[in-house]
Design a protein around this ligand. Structure first.
Ligand SMILES: NC(=O)c1ccc[n+]([C@@H]2O[C@H](COP(=O)([O-])OP(=O)(O)OC[C@H]3O[C@@H](n4cnc5c(N)ncnc54)[C@H](OP(=O)(O)O)[C@@H]3O)[C@@H](O)[C@H]2O)c1
Length: 279
């Protein structure tokens, strides 16, 4: 089985490619900027906005790992078209996000889940929570402010988040892509504990030896901060909505699905900080 991995150079997709490769599964690694081929990984050029890239990128892949197009209101239609243009595909795994199953059907991210459910292929949805890797790797969500001012910029109040290590998401993806029994199911992949952003700041500060503090930004401050990114307004709106959900407590529940799927304990914030932030 060859797996087509979309977003293959991203925080999650990169780890999915690594985990599939470690499991001996051939991969077509799709992104706009594919690197050179290595081992069982075939990087392929794919652009959601250029449909002429789709068929050559998909090739004869038998399974698809796709993530959403979060701030795109047409995402559900686009993903339905993509799946329909993958004639060799026998299975699709969608990376959605924790809590999306409780969103109304017309919400863009829930509509994507429903498009995958209605695609005609056997499907599985993985719903990770906020990624731990955002702190070091997502320039505008957290990494830039952390680097430049030591601020963990998050309008979260004291609400908690059960952060997911993307390597756990990747291990869960390998399980549902390579084992039977997961068709028509959704799994919520979280870390083992729910922590506040204040606690995250303290753990990152201890590991790095640098002063880091939580900046509990107001929505207006947050908007001004994200606006500096130059990213589309729809992305800024999407991020503000995500922080509203955090404040409402939606990102706090801890799920046991990862342990049940893989038999392993999920990775902790402390372990991530030791590995990535220890100076
Ligand atoms: N970040 C979180 O905390 C979090 C938590 C839960 C769920 N999620 C879900 O995870 C997804 C984001 O994954 P991520 O954080 O791993 O992504 P990411 O790190 O932002 O990487 C984005 C990936 O998509 C590719 N890409 C960007 N624009 C593209 C386009 N027009 N056509 C084709 N490929 C494109 C990028 O490569 P190129 O630039 O080379 O194309 C890259 O591989 C979202 O759907 C989000 O809902 C995220």
């Amino acid at each position: 089985m060859t797996v087509w991995v979309e977003g293959a150079t991203g925080k999650a997709g990169r780890r999915v490619v690594d985990a599939l490769t470690a499991a001996g599964v051939p991969v077509r690694a799709a992104s706009r900027h594919p690197g050179p081929a290595h081992g069982p990984v075939t990087p392929v050029r794919f652009d959601w906005t250029d449909e002429t890239t789709w068929a050559p990128a998909l090739g004869d892949a038998e399974a698809l790992f796709v993530k959403g197009l979060d701030s795109d209101v047409d995402a559900a239609k686009v993903i339905a078209r993509l799946i329909a243009s993958a004639p060799s595909a026998r299975r699709v795994v969608l990376m959605s996000a924790a809590g999306v199953d409780r969103a109304p059907d017309h919400a863009p991210r829930r509509a994507v889940e429903l498009a995958v459910r209605d695609s005609g292929l056997p499907w599985t949805v993985l719903r990770p929570n906020w990624f731990l890797q955002n702190f070091g790797e997502d320039e505008w969500v957290f990494a830039r402010a952390l680097r430049e001012t030591g601020e963990l910029y998050a309008g979260s109040g004291d609400s908690r988040v059960s952060f997911t290590d993307t390597r756990d998401l990747a291990d869960a993806a390998v399980t549902v892509l390579t084992e039977n029994g997961h068709d028509g199911r959704g799994y919520t992949i979280t870390g083992p504990e729910a922590v506040t952003f204040g606690e995250v700041a303290r753990v990152l500060a201890e590991a790095s030896g640098r002063p880091i503090r939580h900046r509990d930004a107001t929505p207006a401050e947050h908007q001004a901060h994200f606006a500096k990114s130059g990213r589309p307004d729809a992305w800024v709106e999407h991020m503000l909505e995500l922080f509203e959900l955090v404040r409402a407590g939606v990102s706090a529940p801890v799920s046991d699905d990862f342990r049940r799927l893989t038999g392993k304990a999920p990775r902790t914030l402390a372990a991530y900080a030791e590995e990535r932030w220890r100076s």
